[in-house]
Design a binder for this molecule. Sequence first.
Ligand code: SF4
Ligand code: SF4
Length: 196
Amino acid sequence: MPQPKNWPTDTCTALAGMHIEGSFNRAALAAMDLQAFTARAKSQAVENKKFLKSLTRKDVRVVDEAFHREHEDVFAETNCLTCANCCKTTSPIFYPNDVERAARALGLKPGAFAERFLRIDEDRDYVLKSLPCPFLLPDNRCRIYEFRPKACRDYPHTHRKKINQILELTYRNTLVCPAVLKMVDRLKRHPLLKSA
Ligand code: SF4
Ligand code: SF4
């Protein structure tokens, strides 16, 4: 999944293996209701922003522990193949290594890849020219999964350390990622955070 382009680059272990990958039985998958998700995320936006901001006053290690537990639990019950909302709505940054890997996967020169798929944004970063991501397949798998950018591998960053440094980004991700919205819902009642 993509990462918002202002995401710090020194992050976290990858979400590899949980995202858009592999073969599957399409009939067994019910598409996530992204309209309902978006409506709920928007209706909870003010509350979620306030809650996440309140975590800056809590012990960093406890906040990490609570997030990491919820990250594991929520992704254990989330199938990204039913969703792909990140790939549909947000561009990752493509750093030079990412461009080289993705270009190689498609049998293109890096320059040709960049010219065809990328643009330079106002921060001088390479991002996708268009969304949904051109590598998102109709069944929500990623055409370049093994070679996708690091930003995609790391999304939604809820498993990284010092998550209190990225609470604003996490708030924005409640509006993109159903898994993050669910984590935040649960964290509001998390026993670790009540005593921190
Ligand atoms: S938006 Fe979240 S739940 Fe949906 S595919 Fe991306 S990481 Fe998975
Ligand atoms: S490269 Fe793959 S994982 Fe990244 S946004 Fe595109 S489809 Fe999603």
